[in-house]
Write a protein that binds this ligand. Structure first.
Ligand code: SF4
Length: 340
Protein backbone atom coordinates (compact mmCIF):
# COMPACT_ATOMS: atom_id res chain seq x y z
CA UNK A 1 0.00 0.00 0.00
CA UNK A 2 1.47 3.34 -1.08
CA UNK A 3 0.34 6.32 1.02
CA UNK A 4 -1.55 9.12 -0.74
CA UNK A 5 -3.47 12.19 0.33
CA UNK A 6 -7.22 12.45 -0.24
CA UNK A 7 -9.37 15.57 -0.62
CA UNK A 8 -12.97 16.06 -1.72
CA UNK A 9 -13.70 19.61 -2.94
CA UNK A 10 -17.23 20.82 -3.63
CA UNK A 11 -16.37 23.42 -6.30
CA UNK A 12 -14.56 22.84 -9.60
CA UNK A 13 -12.06 25.66 -9.04
CA UNK A 14 -11.01 24.03 -5.77
CA UNK A 15 -10.31 20.79 -7.60
CA UNK A 16 -7.37 22.06 -9.60
CA UNK A 17 -5.98 24.21 -6.83
CA UNK A 18 -5.87 21.12 -4.61
CA UNK A 19 -4.28 18.91 -7.28
CA UNK A 20 -0.57 18.48 -6.56
CA UNK A 21 1.94 17.76 -9.36
CA UNK A 22 1.75 13.97 -8.89
CA UNK A 23 -1.89 13.79 -7.83
CA UNK A 24 -4.87 12.59 -9.86
CA UNK A 25 -8.60 13.17 -10.01
CA UNK A 26 -10.88 10.31 -9.07
CA UNK A 27 -14.64 9.96 -9.61
CA UNK A 28 -16.21 6.47 -9.79
CA UNK A 29 -12.75 4.94 -9.50
CA UNK A 30 -13.69 1.85 -11.53
CA UNK A 31 -10.52 2.12 -13.61
CA UNK A 32 -8.11 4.14 -11.47
CA UNK A 33 -8.44 2.05 -8.30
CA UNK A 34 -7.80 -1.04 -10.39
CA UNK A 35 -4.61 0.52 -11.81
CA UNK A 36 -3.47 1.60 -8.34
CA UNK A 37 -3.87 -1.97 -7.11
CA UNK A 38 -1.63 -3.38 -9.83
CA UNK A 39 0.98 -0.63 -9.39
CA UNK A 40 0.42 1.07 -12.76
CA UNK A 41 -0.99 4.29 -11.26
CA UNK A 42 0.95 5.62 -8.27
CA UNK A 43 -0.52 9.05 -7.44
CA UNK A 44 0.73 10.82 -4.35
CA UNK A 45 -2.72 12.33 -3.88
CA UNK A 46 -6.31 11.82 -5.00
CA UNK A 47 -8.73 14.69 -5.52
CA UNK A 48 -12.19 13.17 -5.40
CA UNK A 49 -14.43 15.15 -7.77
CA UNK A 50 -17.53 13.15 -6.85
CA UNK A 51 -19.17 16.09 -5.07
CA UNK A 52 -18.75 18.60 -7.90
CA UNK A 53 -22.01 19.82 -9.50
CA UNK A 54 -21.50 17.88 -12.73
CA UNK A 55 -24.52 15.59 -12.71
CA UNK A 56 -26.85 17.48 -15.04
CA UNK A 57 -28.53 15.56 -17.83
CA UNK A 58 -30.46 18.22 -19.65
CA UNK A 59 -31.93 18.42 -23.14
CA UNK A 60 -31.44 21.90 -24.58
CA UNK A 61 -34.73 23.88 -24.58
CA UNK A 62 -34.36 24.36 -28.33
CA UNK A 63 -34.32 20.58 -28.63
CA UNK A 64 -31.19 20.18 -30.71
CA UNK A 65 -28.64 19.06 -28.10
CA UNK A 66 -28.43 17.25 -24.81
CA UNK A 67 -25.93 18.30 -22.16
CA UNK A 68 -24.53 15.45 -20.07
CA UNK A 69 -22.53 16.24 -16.93
CA UNK A 70 -19.23 14.42 -16.46
CA UNK A 71 -20.41 12.70 -13.27
CA UNK A 72 -23.61 11.19 -14.70
CA UNK A 73 -23.38 7.44 -14.03
CA UNK A 74 -23.34 5.26 -17.13
CA UNK A 75 -26.47 3.42 -15.96
CA UNK A 76 -28.49 6.66 -15.60
CA UNK A 77 -27.37 7.84 -19.01
CA UNK A 78 -28.28 4.56 -20.70
CA UNK A 79 -31.76 4.63 -19.13
CA UNK A 80 -32.62 8.29 -19.80
CA UNK A 81 -35.73 8.46 -21.99
CA UNK A 82 -34.34 11.16 -24.30
CA UNK A 83 -31.17 9.15 -24.83
CA UNK A 84 -33.07 5.93 -25.49
CA UNK A 85 -35.43 7.59 -27.95
CA UNK A 86 -33.22 10.13 -29.73
CA UNK A 87 -29.73 8.64 -29.37
CA UNK A 88 -30.21 4.86 -29.33
CA UNK A 89 -26.58 4.22 -30.32
CA UNK A 90 -25.50 5.87 -27.07
CA UNK A 91 -27.78 3.81 -24.87
CA UNK A 92 -26.85 0.59 -26.69
CA UNK A 93 -23.13 1.29 -26.39
CA UNK A 94 -23.42 1.91 -22.66
CA UNK A 95 -25.41 -1.28 -22.10
CA UNK A 96 -22.77 -3.16 -24.08
CA UNK A 97 -20.05 -2.12 -21.64
CA UNK A 98 -19.03 -3.50 -18.25
CA UNK A 99 -21.46 -4.98 -15.70
CA UNK A 100 -24.56 -3.38 -14.11
CA UNK A 101 -22.60 -2.82 -10.88
CA UNK A 102 -19.80 -1.04 -12.73
CA UNK A 103 -22.22 1.05 -14.79
CA UNK A 104 -23.86 2.26 -11.57
CA UNK A 105 -20.53 3.65 -10.38
CA UNK A 106 -18.66 4.55 -13.58
CA UNK A 107 -19.12 8.09 -14.85
CA UNK A 108 -19.27 9.67 -18.29
CA UNK A 109 -15.98 11.53 -17.80
CA UNK A 110 -14.18 8.51 -16.42
CA UNK A 111 -15.41 6.36 -19.29
CA UNK A 112 -13.76 8.70 -21.81
CA UNK A 113 -10.52 8.65 -19.83
CA UNK A 114 -10.23 4.92 -19.13
CA UNK A 115 -6.87 3.39 -19.93
CA UNK A 116 -6.12 0.60 -22.36
CA UNK A 117 -6.59 -3.05 -21.41
CA UNK A 118 -3.28 -4.11 -22.98
CA UNK A 119 -1.91 -6.75 -20.61
CA UNK A 120 1.63 -5.39 -20.83
CA UNK A 121 0.44 -1.93 -19.86
CA UNK A 122 -1.11 -3.41 -16.73
CA UNK A 123 2.05 -5.32 -15.78
CA UNK A 124 4.72 -2.96 -14.37
CA UNK A 125 7.43 -5.62 -14.92
CA UNK A 126 7.02 -5.45 -18.73
CA UNK A 127 8.27 -2.84 -21.24
CA UNK A 128 5.49 -0.44 -22.24
CA UNK A 129 5.95 2.94 -23.90
CA UNK A 130 2.49 4.06 -22.81
CA UNK A 131 3.17 3.43 -19.11
CA UNK A 132 6.93 4.05 -19.13
CA UNK A 133 7.99 6.21 -22.13
CA UNK A 134 11.02 4.87 -23.98
CA UNK A 135 10.92 1.40 -22.41
CA UNK A 136 9.67 -0.36 -25.56
CA UNK A 137 6.49 -2.18 -26.54
CA UNK A 138 6.20 -5.81 -25.49
CA UNK A 139 3.06 -6.29 -27.58
CA UNK A 140 4.69 -5.76 -30.98
CA UNK A 141 6.13 -9.29 -31.02
CA UNK A 142 4.22 -10.61 -28.02
CA UNK A 143 0.57 -11.37 -27.36
CA UNK A 144 -1.22 -8.89 -29.62
CA UNK A 145 -4.23 -10.90 -30.69
CA UNK A 146 -6.59 -8.27 -29.30
CA UNK A 147 -4.57 -5.25 -30.35
CA UNK A 148 -5.26 -2.50 -32.85
CA UNK A 149 -4.93 -2.57 -36.64
CA UNK A 150 -5.82 1.11 -37.21
CA UNK A 151 -4.07 4.21 -35.92
CA UNK A 152 -1.07 2.26 -34.67
CA UNK A 153 2.55 3.36 -34.49
CA UNK A 154 5.84 1.55 -34.00
CA UNK A 155 5.62 2.65 -30.36
CA UNK A 156 2.16 1.38 -29.40
CA UNK A 157 -0.63 -0.77 -30.86
CA UNK A 158 -3.03 -0.81 -27.89
CA UNK A 159 -6.76 -0.44 -28.48
CA UNK A 160 -8.90 2.22 -26.86
CA UNK A 161 -11.35 0.40 -24.56
CA UNK A 162 -14.41 2.69 -24.45
CA UNK A 163 -17.72 1.80 -26.11
CA UNK A 164 -19.29 5.10 -25.08
CA UNK A 165 -16.58 7.14 -26.82
CA UNK A 166 -17.24 5.31 -30.10
CA UNK A 167 -20.94 6.20 -29.97
CA UNK A 168 -20.17 9.82 -29.04
CA UNK A 169 -17.76 10.03 -31.96
CA UNK A 170 -20.45 8.88 -34.39
CA UNK A 171 -22.76 11.53 -32.90
CA UNK A 172 -20.10 14.26 -33.24
CA UNK A 173 -20.26 15.13 -29.55
CA UNK A 174 -18.26 17.99 -28.04
CA UNK A 175 -16.27 17.62 -24.83
CA UNK A 176 -16.42 20.45 -22.27
CA UNK A 177 -13.23 20.91 -20.28
CA UNK A 178 -12.28 23.22 -17.42
CA UNK A 179 -9.08 23.86 -15.54
CA UNK A 180 -6.49 26.37 -14.40
CA UNK A 181 -6.47 28.11 -17.80
CA UNK A 182 -10.25 28.40 -18.09
CA UNK A 183 -12.99 26.47 -19.89
CA UNK A 184 -12.77 25.17 -23.43
CA UNK A 185 -14.82 22.91 -25.72
CA UNK A 186 -13.38 20.39 -28.12
CA UNK A 187 -14.83 17.96 -30.70
CA UNK A 188 -14.48 14.45 -29.35
CA UNK A 189 -12.67 13.47 -32.55
CA UNK A 190 -9.77 15.73 -31.52
CA UNK A 191 -9.84 14.80 -27.83
CA UNK A 192 -8.25 11.33 -27.99
CA UNK A 193 -4.72 11.36 -29.38
CA UNK A 194 -3.19 8.65 -31.59
CA UNK A 195 -0.03 7.13 -30.06
CA UNK A 196 2.49 8.38 -32.61
CA UNK A 197 5.81 8.62 -30.80
CA UNK A 198 4.18 9.81 -27.55
CA UNK A 199 1.75 7.04 -26.58
CA UNK A 200 1.77 8.18 -22.96
CA UNK A 201 -0.22 11.27 -24.07
CA UNK A 202 -3.71 9.85 -24.55
CA UNK A 203 -5.87 12.99 -24.63
CA UNK A 204 -5.50 16.75 -25.00
CA UNK A 205 -6.03 17.28 -21.26
CA UNK A 206 -3.21 19.05 -19.48
CA UNK A 207 -2.47 18.59 -15.78
CA UNK A 208 -5.25 20.15 -13.73
CA UNK A 209 -7.87 20.06 -16.49
CA UNK A 210 -10.95 17.89 -16.08
CA UNK A 211 -13.91 16.97 -18.24
CA UNK A 212 -17.02 18.82 -17.05
CA UNK A 213 -19.47 17.34 -19.55
CA UNK A 214 -20.36 16.47 -23.10
CA UNK A 215 -22.80 18.09 -25.53
CA UNK A 216 -24.46 15.74 -27.97
CA UNK A 217 -26.48 16.93 -30.99
CA UNK A 218 -29.92 15.30 -31.08
CA UNK A 219 -30.44 15.13 -34.83
CA UNK A 220 -32.52 12.91 -37.09
CA UNK A 221 -29.31 11.06 -37.87
CA UNK A 222 -28.73 10.22 -34.19
CA UNK A 223 -32.30 9.00 -33.82
CA UNK A 224 -31.64 6.38 -36.51
CA UNK A 225 -28.53 4.79 -35.08
CA UNK A 226 -27.24 1.48 -33.75
CA UNK A 227 -24.29 -0.01 -31.86
CA UNK A 228 -23.00 -3.50 -32.56
CA UNK A 229 -20.28 -5.04 -30.42
CA UNK A 230 -18.52 -8.36 -31.04
CA UNK A 231 -16.64 -9.88 -28.13
CA UNK A 232 -15.13 -13.20 -27.19
CA UNK A 233 -17.79 -14.09 -24.62
CA UNK A 234 -21.40 -13.14 -24.06
CA UNK A 235 -20.87 -11.08 -20.91
CA UNK A 236 -18.60 -8.42 -19.50
CA UNK A 237 -15.86 -8.25 -22.13
CA UNK A 238 -14.17 -5.55 -24.14
CA UNK A 239 -14.79 -5.32 -27.88
CA UNK A 240 -12.87 -7.34 -30.45
CA UNK A 241 -14.61 -5.01 -32.87
CA UNK A 242 -17.59 -2.69 -32.54
CA UNK A 243 -19.37 -0.26 -34.82
CA UNK A 244 -21.55 2.76 -34.09
CA UNK A 245 -23.60 3.53 -37.17
CA UNK A 246 -26.19 6.15 -38.08
CA UNK A 247 -28.05 6.69 -41.33
CA UNK A 248 -30.29 9.34 -42.81
CA UNK A 249 -32.20 7.95 -45.76
CA UNK A 250 -34.59 10.01 -47.91
CA UNK A 251 -36.29 9.05 -51.16
CA UNK A 252 -34.41 5.76 -51.24
CA UNK A 253 -30.94 7.32 -51.03
CA UNK A 254 -28.50 7.57 -48.13
CA UNK A 255 -28.20 11.33 -47.57
CA UNK A 256 -25.90 11.19 -44.56
CA UNK A 257 -24.03 8.48 -42.66
CA UNK A 258 -21.81 8.11 -39.63
CA UNK A 259 -19.63 5.12 -38.90
CA UNK A 260 -17.23 4.84 -35.95
CA UNK A 261 -15.26 1.79 -34.83
CA UNK A 262 -14.14 0.44 -31.47
CA UNK A 263 -11.84 -2.40 -30.42
CA UNK A 264 -9.72 -2.18 -33.56
CA UNK A 265 -7.97 1.18 -33.28
CA UNK A 266 -5.77 3.08 -30.86
CA UNK A 267 -8.45 5.76 -30.49
CA UNK A 268 -12.21 5.76 -31.09
CA UNK A 269 -12.05 5.59 -34.90
CA UNK A 270 -14.16 7.53 -37.40
CA UNK A 271 -14.46 5.59 -40.66
CA UNK A 272 -14.95 8.55 -42.98
CA UNK A 273 -14.15 6.64 -46.17
CA UNK A 274 -16.91 4.18 -45.29
CA UNK A 275 -19.33 7.04 -44.77
CA UNK A 276 -18.35 8.54 -48.13
CA UNK A 277 -18.90 5.16 -49.80
CA UNK A 278 -22.51 5.12 -48.58
CA UNK A 279 -23.66 8.68 -49.19
CA UNK A 280 -25.57 8.93 -52.44
CA UNK A 281 -26.16 5.18 -52.72
CA UNK A 282 -29.36 3.22 -52.10
CA UNK A 283 -29.26 1.55 -48.66
CA UNK A 284 -28.65 -2.00 -49.90
CA UNK A 285 -26.67 -4.96 -48.57
CA UNK A 286 -24.21 -4.46 -51.42
CA UNK A 287 -23.66 -0.83 -50.42
CA UNK A 288 -23.22 -1.84 -46.78
CA UNK A 289 -20.64 -4.48 -47.74
CA UNK A 290 -18.84 -1.85 -49.79
CA UNK A 291 -18.82 0.46 -46.76
CA UNK A 292 -17.41 -2.38 -44.64
CA UNK A 293 -14.57 -2.82 -47.13
CA UNK A 294 -13.88 0.91 -47.03
CA UNK A 295 -13.87 0.92 -43.21
CA UNK A 296 -11.03 -1.63 -43.21
CA UNK A 297 -8.88 0.34 -45.65
CA UNK A 298 -5.50 1.28 -44.21
CA UNK A 299 -5.54 -1.45 -41.56
CA UNK A 300 -2.07 -2.68 -40.59
CA UNK A 301 -2.34 -6.08 -38.92
CA UNK A 302 0.47 -7.91 -37.17
CA UNK A 303 1.17 -11.63 -36.80
CA UNK A 304 -1.89 -12.60 -34.73
CA UNK A 305 -4.54 -9.94 -35.25
CA UNK A 306 -5.14 -10.05 -39.01
CA UNK A 307 -8.60 -11.52 -38.32
CA UNK A 308 -9.66 -8.03 -37.22
CA UNK A 309 -9.47 -6.72 -40.78
CA UNK A 310 -12.20 -9.09 -41.95
CA UNK A 311 -14.06 -8.54 -38.68
CA UNK A 312 -14.25 -4.80 -39.38
CA UNK A 313 -15.82 -5.48 -42.78
CA UNK A 314 -18.41 -7.84 -41.35
CA UNK A 315 -19.29 -5.83 -38.24
CA UNK A 316 -19.84 -2.63 -40.22
CA UNK A 317 -21.95 -4.38 -42.85
CA UNK A 318 -24.00 -6.21 -40.22
CA UNK A 319 -24.60 -3.09 -38.13
CA UNK A 320 -25.80 -1.19 -41.21
CA UNK A 321 -28.05 -4.04 -42.34
CA UNK A 322 -29.59 -4.21 -38.88
CA UNK A 323 -30.16 -0.47 -38.80
CA UNK A 324 -31.76 -0.46 -42.24
CA UNK A 325 -34.12 -3.29 -41.31
CA UNK A 326 -35.79 -2.14 -38.08
CA UNK A 327 -38.43 -4.83 -38.34
CA UNK A 328 -35.79 -7.45 -37.65
CA UNK A 329 -33.66 -5.89 -34.90
CA UNK A 330 -30.75 -7.58 -33.21
CA UNK A 331 -31.44 -8.94 -29.74
CA UNK A 332 -30.49 -5.90 -27.66
CA UNK A 333 -27.86 -6.03 -24.95
CA UNK A 334 -29.58 -6.28 -21.60
CA UNK A 335 -28.38 -5.75 -18.07
CA UNK A 336 -29.30 -9.37 -17.36
CA UNK A 337 -27.35 -10.91 -20.22
CA UNK A 338 -24.95 -8.40 -19.44
CA UNK A 339 -22.54 -6.25 -20.48
CA UNK A 340 -21.00 -6.73 -23.36
FE1 SF4 B 1 2.34 -0.56 -23.91
FE2 SF4 B 1 0.99 0.14 -26.09
FE3 SF4 B 1 2.88 -1.67 -26.28
FE4 SF4 B 1 0.66 -2.27 -24.92
S1 SF4 B 1 0.78 -1.86 -27.11
S2 SF4 B 1 2.79 -2.72 -24.34
S3 SF4 B 1 0.13 -0.26 -24.08
S4 SF4 B 1 3.17 0.47 -25.70
Amino acid sequence: MRPFTYTRPAEPARAWTELGPDAMYIAGGTNLVDLMKCGVATPTGLVDIGRLPLTDLTPDPAGDTIRIGALVPNSDLAAHPVVRERLPVLSEALLAGASPQLRNLATLGGNLLQRTRCGYFRDPTMPCNRRDPGSGCAALDGDHRGHAVLGTSEHCIATHPSDLAVALLALEARVSIDGPNGPRVEPIEAFHLPPGDTPHRETTLTHGELITGVEVPTTALGAHSHYLKVRERAAFAFAMCSAAVALEVREGIVRDARIALGGVATTPWRARSAEAALIGAPPSSAAFAHAGDAAAEGAVPRRDNAYKVELIRRVVARALNTLAAPSTPEVPSTPEGDPA
